[in-house]
Write a protein that binds this ligand. Structure first.
Ligand code: TTP
Ligand code: MG
Length: 373
């Protein structure tokens, strides 16, 4: 029996488009050097130049046929397809094209939320063309991008961001999918669980263990159970599988920081609890950084005590970080130095700032991974 804990309010009045470029870096390289077309192209330095320690940024669809994908070690990519062409990235060019694409979006609406170098949400409920069909606008944008940059993108059209993103992925490359309020639940029920935004690779086995393989399996679960099992994500998935996701398109040109904080109704008094909470916040910061493909060099911790006195301190390091363990390490260092013994804590916050784009190709794997592929 499903017990409803919180109300289910579904905002279906918006018209949202999600645009995502196809094999972005690789497509740019093919445009610059047409002799690459039809060949498997991998954006990474050749493993011979990096002693196998490089990582694949992305690859074209030809290379994907060999099982190559983003974040794979370039050595592994080479093993799978030795005749692939390895191209090291030209990040300045990708950034310039990304700006060009953003300008195209702004011809239609100023309510755009870039999520990474090659994807953005647009709210076209009201738009500069007074065009009532979001589908027509999406088609125009695809055409404009192609004419101005020579590159293809995929578009998703729906009434919320979650569905628009799933839709843009559905007909890749160069395609478009539309999900209507009437069609949303049926569409979601047939999707594999890993396609639900928020279900990371690491948690897929957990869902499988619980017998959740598809949207339909998720739909059958009751809200309290999902919250008990997955916390915040359970709450949100219970809604998402019902086509509910009300978060608006947030105008965020270039995010300067990613921070998470939490207020505690019952102040934290035990140090182990405080550390657990810091780690949870670091985890949420990692999730946001990964989503927006950013990493940063400054960690900030905010502490508000029971008496409402508030403290913030930052630490800037020489390397960019984004992983929970690293964020937690520095957050805890700040915390240990700052915490005033015996005071109860009402609020904790962890932020990573001084952000820059995260391209795996620029990262070298730790040495211990060298032999693991
Ligand atoms: P994506 O949109 O995830 O990938 P893509 O555009 O190459 O391919 P798709 O057609 O499936 O959308 O990422 C956009 C760009 O961001 C990608 O071209 C390269 C870069 N990138 C990295 O550098 N590292 C990564 O791990 C990922 C996922 C992307
Ligand atoms: Mg893309």
């Amino acid at each position: 029996m499903s017990e409803l804990v919180f109300p289910l309010i579904n905002n279906t009045s918006r018209k949202i488009i999600h645009i995502d470029m196809d094999a972005f870096f690789a497509a740019v390289e093919e445009r610059e050097d047409p002799s690459l077309r039809g060949k498997p192209v991998v954006i990474a330095r050749h493993p011979k130049e990096t002693s196998g320690r490089g990582v694949v940024s992305t690859c074209n669809y030809e290379a994907r046929k060999y099982g190559i994908h983003s974040a794979m070690s370039s050595q592994e990519a080479y093993n799978r397809c030795p005749h692939a062409v390895f191209v090291s990235g030209n990040y300045q060019l990708y950034t310039d094209i990304s700006k060009q694409i953003q300008e195209i979006f702004h011809q239609y609406t100023d309510i755009t939320q870039p999520m990474s170098i090659d994807e953005a949400y647009l709210d076209v409920t009201k738009n500069k063309l007074n065009e009532s069909s979001a589908i027509k606008i999406a088609r125009m944008i695809q055409q404009d991008i192609y004419t101005k940059t020579g590159l293809t993108c995929s578009a998703g059209v729906s009434y919320n961001k979650f569905l628009a993103k799933i839709a843009s992925d559905y007909k890749k490359p160069a395609g478009m999918a539309v999900i209507t309020p009437e069609g949303a639940v049926d569409f979601l029920k047939q999707l594999p669980i890993e396609k639900f935004h928020g279900v990371g690779k690491k948690s897929v086995p957990c869902f499988h263990e619980l017998g959740i393989y598809t949207g339909a399996d998720l739909y059958a679960k009751n809200e309290m159970d999902l919250i008990r099992l997955f916390g915040r994500m359970g709450y949100s998935l219970y809604r998402k599988v019902r086509g509910i996701h009300n978060s608006p398109v947030a105008i965020s040109w270039n995010r300067k920081s990613v921070g998470k904080e939490r207020t505690y109704g019952t102040p934290l008094t035990r140090e182990d609890e405080m550390q657990k909470e810091l780690r949870k916040l670091a985890q949420r910061v990692e999730a946001s950084l990964t989503r927006t493909k950013k990493h940063g060099r400054t960690v900030v911790v905010k502490i508000r005590y029971e008496d409402f006195s508030t403290f913030t301190k930052r630490i800037t390091i020489s390397e960019n970080i984004y992983k929970t363990e690293d964020i937690y390490h520095y957050a805890k260092e700040i915390f240990d130095e700052a915490y005033e013994d015996e005071k109860g804590i009402r609020l904790l916050g962890v932020t990573v700032t001084t952000l820059s784009p995260l391209y795996y190709e620029l990262i070298t794997l730790p040495l211990w991974q060298e032999t693991s592929n």
